[in-house]
Design a protein around this ligand. Structure first.
Ligand SMILES: Cc1cc2nc3c(=O)[nH]c(=O)nc-3n(C[C@H](O)[C@H](O)[C@H](O)COP(=O)(O)OP(=O)(O)OC[C@H]3O[C@@H](n4cnc5c(N)ncnc54)[C@H](O)[C@@H]3O)c2cc1C
Length: 392
């Protein structure tokens, strides 16, 4: 019997496992495949160092700037070179295994090649997780169960916490890692807003590799074909200037959904279960950034479980502190604001978004507001919104 059984050893699950194991609790960390590379841009802000200072020692790409293009190719550039620590871009296969190993070193037991597909029940109570392995099914029993297996979770919809995702409450993304000489600024990430609800990106990984991808968002999933959107993006003539010789080759490609409407705050805990990371919607509805916020949710759930186990009380009353954990509350509030901004930006085929970029080109104050909104989680001011509205 484990104290905590965690399904999914991605960033959320691995952080949760590490926190618990460090405090001496017995943790089973269940993973379907440690050889899987999560489809992801892999851009991580320096906020990650608070949770993983070990990353500072790795030779990762330091990112000190961002260039954002509107659908009609107006451009906004921003550098934080002299202001704060560099952000990073990571290869998710290496990154996920790096942070999994930190959880294992802390004492968590990792069970690879285990696909969670159901709960174990006793007297109508969920007392563990059932998995499929290459050798048959297995059961992992625990006092507390944490669902951390991302968008494809089989057990989240069975938990009674939330339903299956609907097509118009998620984003659909496709990306690739490419190799080859290119003219990208290696110290900056680039975002390209599209004419549909969604955006494309190019993130340098090292001198000769970069991550390129795009996503459709919410109702744009229904009106647009993701493969077509991706092909149009990577062959966009406006991107050709970065790849003048077409001398790049695809070395990996993947597609994956992403939650797009913020945290499912009414579904975060029930009985002896908590749900964290993507599986609970901890992804920015405006930028799609989720690695850091999912890790925050993993830490909050881990700390909550520690308190519940120490007090021998795993009731709803105790698990509620996961939702009221200060950083989780902040994320919930911030993402709500972002959902309403996305709606505002994409009114009338993105007219407000385009206007914002036009204004930002000439008005430093607007530019700072845009950057603060995208990168630093600040709400836009009334003055900013009324300037945009007056441009209609
Ligand atoms: C294309 C794309 C680009 C993105 N780009 C960025 C970016 O640049 N920066 C950023 O911050 N965020 C980005 N995100 C979001 C980010 O990838 C996620 O928010 C983050 O990975 C979520 O972490 P997680 O641990 O909750 O879930 P995941 O990373 O999905 O991890 C879940 C883990 O559970 C395992 N698993 C799944 N099902 C089962 C099962 N049934 N049984 C056992 N194990 C299972 C998986 O193998 C995986 O290891 C992007 C997302 C997408 C789709």
């Amino acid at each position: 019997m484990y104290d905590v059984v965690i399904s999914g050893a991605g960033p959320a699950g691995s952080k949760c496992a590490e926190v618990l194991a460090k405090s001496g609790f017995k943790v089973a960390l269940i993973e379907r495949n440690t050889g899987w590379r999560k489809p992801c841009g892999g851009a991580v802000s320096s906020r990650i160092f608070k949770y993983y200072p070990q990353l500072r020692k790795l030779d990762l790409m330091p990112i000190t700037g961002i260039t954002i293009y509107s659908g009609d190719y107006h451009k906004l550039e921003y550098s934080w070179k002299d202001i704060t620590e560099p952000s990073l871009t990571v290869d998710r296969l290496e990154f996920d295994n790096f942070i999994r190993n930190i959880a294992i070193d802390a004492g968590a037991e990792l069970f690879d090649k285990n696909l969670s597909f159901d709960f174990v029940f006793k007297n109508n109570q969920k007392i563990g997780i059932k998995t499929k392995t290459p050798n048959g099914t297995k059961e992992y029993l625990g006092k507390i169960i944490v669902i951390a297996d991302g968008m494809s979770s089989k057990i989240a919809p069975l938990s009674g916490l939330r339903n299956k995702w609907k097509i118009d409450e998620i984003g659909l993304c496709k990306c690739a890692i490419m190799e080859g000489k290119n003219l990208l600024d290696k110290s900056a990430i680039s975002l390209f807003f599209r004419r549909y609800k969604g955006y494309g990106w190019i993130f340098p990984l090292d001198e000769t590799h970069f991550n390129i991808g795009c996503g459709t968002w919410l109702e744009a999933n229904i009106d647009n074909n993701l493969n077509q959107a991706y092909n149009e993006f990577i062959h966009d003539p406006n991107l050709k200037k970065f790849f003048p010789n077409k001398n790049y080759k695809e070395i990996w490609r993947g597609s994956y959904p992403i939650p797009a409407l913020g945290v499912k705050e009414k579904s975060l805990f029930k009985d002896n279960i908590m749900i964290i990371g993507d599986a609970a919607g901890f992804v920015s509805p405006i930028s799609g950034e989720g690695i850091h916020t999912c890790i925050v949710s993993g830490k909050a759930a881990g700390d909550t479980a520690i308190r519940a186990l120490e007090n021998d009380n795993i009731s709803n009353q105790t698990l509620r502190s996961y939702k009221s954990y200060p950083n989780v509350k902040k994320i919930i509030r911030n993402f709500k604001m972002k959902v309403s901004i996305v709606d505002f930006f994409y009114e009338n085929n993105g007219v407000n978004l385009n206007n914002m970029f036009h204004l930002a080109e000439t008005d430093d104050h607007i530019r700072d507001e845009v950057v603060n909104m995208f990168l630093f989680n600040q709400a836009p001011t009334r003055d900013f919104l009324s300037k945009l509205k007056s441009m209609k």
